[in-house]
Design a protein around this ligand. Structure first.
Ligand code: SF4
Length: 376
């Protein structure tokens, strides 16, 4: 039985204040952290709610019927999200990924997408605007998302076998409905579509080959993700991790593969193509092959906390800067950009590289933030 606690409460109040530096940091698009890593990718969680209870992310025994979600007033509005995102883009962000929880549960998300789609990178190009979803609502929403300006989607799918899939989402949700959503995204032109499969040894590794065969030749890129020790509630154990090297070997034995070069700096997936030219797969190996060296990702929680790593224990409170404290005025765009600049410059996170040598809690006993709170 997993230990019963609700870490989110700690996370909500345990944040660091985001001060405006006396010496302004101007947004030039050339920002680097203390390890020389640029800021290129912003993940924005738009809700802490989800209609699934995947055990590796939001286990039912913790996120049960008594779980308290964030009140709506605590969530950043779409205007606040866009204003903050604009400062990140000015600092060099070229890709924004909307996440959750399940982002399609956020009402009128198309309005947010329209606002973000109007932003331009420092080079004047449209953003690479994407979204990660469990696919449960995609069949209904795909066309409207595309029309609002979303470019592509990544869908989480942990198996094709209906019983395995229902067991993994733990709400008895049928796999057919997600496959329908994938088709709808394809029809709507939300591509290239990527599929993320979390592989947990002893639970769904038998789905690896059926998934590979199903998506081979479709133009959809299937990625296998190592089961991670994210958050503090999923009861993670190393012996339930199936290393990506074994996944590649398993597929290669049946469907020969050849390795590909990364398509962009900071890419999390190691890419492999089918030797017969029928597409590619990826493996994301945060446990066995850490990729912190060029990690250029920042994460914004749905209530405006800036996290510098998926395994962070604290965020930086940008919402107070935007809204002002105790009725005082909020920060100007320049002040907001300057505060974000200083936070990023001070970043030294590299949890996956240090995993073995790190304690589960930080020195002040704070636990890692939940993935359902800041997105994967
Ligand atoms: S562990 Fe943190 S620093 Fe390393 S790749 Fe993941 S998010 Fe980036």
């Amino acid at each position: 039985m997993t230990e019963r606690f609700i870490p989110l409460i700690d996370q909500r109040f345990g944040s660091l204040s985001a001060g405006v530096p006396a010496q302004p940091i101007r947004a030039t698009g050339l920002l680097s952290d203390s390890l020389g890593r640029s800021l290129r990718d912003l993940r924005i969680s738009v809700t802490d709610r989800c209609n699934f209870r995947c055990g590796y992310c939001m286990p039912k025994e913790v996120f049960d019927k008594d779980h308290t979600y964030l009140p709506h007033s605590a969530l950043l509005s779409f205007e606040e999200i866009t204003r903050i995102a604009r400062q990140f883009v000015a600092h060099g962000v070229g890709k924004i990924r909307l996440t959750g929880g399940e982002p399609l549960l956020r009402k009128n998300i198309e309005d947010l997408i329209e606002q973000l789609a109007a932003l331009r990178t420092v080079e004047g190009r449209p953003l690479d605007l994407t979204l990660t979803t469990n696919g449960s609502l995609l069949a209904r929403k795909a066309r409207a998302l595309k029309a609002a300006g979303l470019q592509r989607v990544t869908i989480s799918l942990d198996g094709l076998d209906d019983a395995v899939f229902r067991r993994m989402n733990d709400v008895d949700f049928p796999v057919a409905a997600v496959l329908e959503g994938i088709d709808a995204a394809h029809q709507a032109g939300l591509g290239p579509i990527k599929i993320n499969m979390v592989v947990k040894r002893g639970t769904n590794e038998r789905e690896i080959l059926p998934m590979a065969r199903h998506f081979k030749g479709t133009g959809i890129v299937l990625r296998f993700i190592e089961y991670m020790d994210v958050g503090a509630t999923n009861g993670w154990r190393m012996d339930e991790v199936l290393p990506s090297a074994e996944v590649v070997k398993l597929i290669h034995a049946q469907l020969p593969l050849a390795q590909l070069e990364p398509s962009a700096p900071g890419e999390t997936a190691e890419r492999w193509r089918y030797a017969d030219g029928a597409g590619e797969i990826g493996v994301i190996s945060s446990v066995t092959q850490a990729f912190c060296g060029d990690c250029n990702r920042a994460r914004l929680s749905t209530e405006g906390q800036l996290y510098l790593c998926l395994f962070a224990t604290q965020g930086h409170d940008l919402r107070s800067l935007v809204r002002g404290l105790n009725g005082g005025p909020g920060a100007s765009d320049e002040q907001l950009a300057s505060a974000i600049g200083r936070i990023w410059q001070g970043r030294s996170d590299r949890y996956s590289q240090l995993r073995g040598s790190m304690a589960p809690d930080d020195s002040d006993g704070r636990r890692r933030v939940e993935m359902s709170y800041i997105g994967g």
